[in-house]
Design a protein around this ligand. Structure first.
Ligand code: DSN
Length: 435
């Protein structure tokens, strides 16, 4: 058989084994990184499709390459479905990531040196909201707003005061580690008062918006950006929404401004994701994500952990682990030993360093996709507390690891088409190499 026709398992055993290992890891442990999810078999099928072979620079009906009739069809489907899902006038589905989506807005609205307001990274913001080592912070003059020291909610008095003082051209709302619903209308009032444009980055909670459980920023913001792979549960990628009057400028900023050829296999998978997110069972899923986060947060708080803002309205919680006299780095490591994956995270007004902060961030989107509900959240909360209260007790961690494995077997994650057999094999690390 010619080598280009051979399946991965025999063509490149090393890569195949690594992928099998990751498949086992994802099935065998509790994925609680707030920005991760298990995408559907249909989304994975589209992502692994022949559209990966196609160049389609340009937009439907206006391409720089021949043979784009099917690329046009999937991009039209993705745009139409995205607009319908979020009641938007225009969507650009080509950004390769959330970072590209955010840069699209900056390139469209700003000149280098212009002033922008964004949420402080240490208070839950994102790298692309003006972190000084990120291109956003290098090219533009970002001024950071933060959360209130007592409530840990966005301090709108401060946002308004900074806006009046600095007269930004753009205000960026949205966050990657903020456990409360973001009131977009309050940002819109401030932006209107100072004559700024408003951009909302809803990457983390887009799935909750699609389900109608969090307010939709599209009607009140000039620009909305998102990723498609977090609560929205699609392929990795970005999307931008705007009014019709800005559509041409936004499209030009994506291509040729920032990107060349779109990843058409991912655009097809985004179309599938937007269809899935419009269905009734997605609404039930998103409600369960929120219910699960609340139950887990209550369990952790009852066990003595301190939660930033006292709880959660969305899919994630920020937990201050220092009351247990450990730091976020050790907490992440201990939980990993138990088969529970989270990430260490700064908390507002943190006195520790980013590589060993005071907190961990925990999310429920992925476990909810597996069908886990409140009963499992109480059980998992109990394991987290037990493990973090005994960070040196290996026997305790092994016991929890065993229980985690049992729970995971009861709630299988979606398996990519054609990979069903892999999970009945031993974990890839123990497979003999054929190289
Ligand atoms: N890195 C993502 C997160 O974990 O929140 C945001 O892009």
């Amino acid at each position: 058989m010619p080598s280009e026709h051979r399946p991965l398992a025999t063509r490149d055993r090393a890569v195949w084994e690594a992928i099998c290992g990751e498949m086992h890891r994802q099935q065998d442990g509790l994925e609680m990184i707030a920005s991760e999810n298990y995408t559907s078999a249909a989304v994975m099928e589209a992502t692994g499709s022949v559209l990966t072979n196609k160049y389609a620079e340009g937009y439907p009906g206006k391409r720089y390459y021949g043979g784009c009739q099917f690329a046009d069809r999937v991009e039209e489907l993705a745009r139409e479905r995205a607009c319908k899902l979020f009641s938007a006038q225009h969507a650009n589905v080509q950004p390769h990531s959330g970072s590209q989506a955010n840069m699209t807005i900056y390139l469209t609205v700003l000149e280098p040196g212009d002033t922008v307001l964004g949420l402080d990274l240490a208070h839950g913001g994102h790298l692309t909201h003006g972190m000084k080592l990120n291109v956003s912070g290098k090219l533009y003059r970002f001024v950071a707003y933060g959360v209130d020291p007592q409530s840990h909610r966005i301090d709108f008095d401060q946002v308004a005061a900074l806006a009046r003082e600095h007269r930004p051209k753009l205000i960026v709302a949205g966050a990657s580690a903020y456990p409360r619903e973001i009131p977009h209308d309050r940002f819109a009032q401030i932006a209107e008062e100072v004559g700024a444009k408003l951009m909302v980055d809803m990457a983390h909670y887009a799935g909750l918006v699609a389900a109608g459980l969090h307010h939709n920023p599209v009607p009140v913001a000039d620009f909305v950006t998102s990723t498609t792979h977090k609560t929205l549960r699609g392929p990795r990628g970005g999307v931008v929404f705007c009014r019709q009057e800005d559509a041409r400028a936004i499209d030009r900023s994506v291509f040729p401004g920032l990107q060349g050829g779109p990843l058409m296999h991912v655009v097809a998978a985004k179309a599938v994701c937007f269809l899935e997110a419009s269905e009734e069972d997605f609404r039930a899923y998103a409600q369960q994500v929120i219910d699960n986060a609340r139950t887990l947060a209550e369990t952790l708080a009852a066990g003595g952990l301190s939660l930033v803002s006292g709880g959660t309205d969305n899919h994630l919680m920020l937990v201050d682990v220092t009351p247990l006299e450990i730091g976020g780095r050790l907490a992440e490591e201990v939980l990993e030993r138990c088969g529970i994956t989270v990430n260490k995270n700064m908390i507002p007004f943190d006195t520790r360093k980013p590589m060993d902060p005071s907190g961990i961030r925990i999310g429920t989107p992925a476990l909810t996709t597996r069908g886990m509900a409140q009963t499992e959240m109480r059980q998992i909360g109990g394991w987290i507390l037990e493990a973090l209260k005994s960070p040196d007790d290996e026997a305790c961690h092994q016991r929890i690891r065993h229980s985690v494995r049992e729970m995971c077997r009861q709630f299988p994650a979606p398996v990519p088409p054609g990979c069903e057999d892999v999970l009945s094999m031993p974990a890839a690390a123990s497979l003999p190499s054929q190289d």
